[in-house]
Design a protein around this ligand. Structure first.
Ligand SMILES: O=c1ccn([C@H]2C[C@H](O)[C@@H](COP(=O)(O)OP(=O)(O)OP(=O)(O)O)O2)c(=O)[nH]1
Ligand SMILES: [Mg+2]
Length: 160
């Protein structure tokens, strides 16, 4: 594909087997060509009070090919407007997992409840290739510029 040119349609390039577990709700789908996340829907009505969380079913189970992972990400619009996020963001769906994909939603708003209705788009699924590592024990690690510095070792906001 030519760099900078949008793909033509909203389908992906990788076939992933999906089973619908709950009626006729639509399959996960990308809202726009080029989107990284396919929207996941809730199959249930649920109200989350301020600070409350819930494990919400999406009505789909998938079989990812070996070497892939699906990550369950929050939707930024719902986060910005309502404070809706995901407790374990991003959730990890392993290639071998055949159960229903669930989303652990949390209402971060301090005062307002969030009312979700069956069929609402609650999260997005990002499918990626993933490496599986071999953890090779050694006595000592090679030097690096960062070394063991972390947790703010380079400074804060960068204000002068
Ligand atoms: O947001 C999520 C996260 C996980 N899962 C499913 C798919 C995943 O393959 C499985 C296990 O997830 P994870 O490894 O994150 O949880 P765990 O607490 O380590 O459970 P386990 O001991 O089953 O691995 O749960 C979801 O449906 N949604
Ligand atoms: Mg695990």
């Amino acid at each position: 594909m030519t760099p900078g040119v949008e793909p033509r349609d909203t389908a992906g390039d990788l076939d992933i087997a999906v089973v619908r577990l709950d009626g006729d709700l639509p399959l996960p789908s990308y809202a726009h060509p080029g989107d990284a996340g396919a929207d996941l829907l809730t199959t249930v009505d649920v109200t989350l009070g301020p600070g409350e969380r819930a494990m919400v079913p999406t009505g789909v189970a998938i079989a990812l090919p070996a070497g892939y992972v699906a990550l369950v990400h929050p939707r930024s619009g719902l986060a910005a407007r309502h404070g809706l996020s995901i407790v374990n963001a991003p959730g990890t769906v392993d290639a071998g997992y055949r159960g229903e994909i669930k989303v652990m939603l949390i209402n971060h708003d301090p005062g307002e409840p969030i009312e979700l209705r069956r069929g609402d788009r609650i999260a997005q699924l990002v499918v990626q290739r993933v490496e599986r590592a071999r953890f090779v024990e050694v006595g000592e690690l090679p030097d690096s510029s960062r070394g063991s510095g972390g947790y703010g070792s380079t400074g804060g906001f960068g204000r002068s």
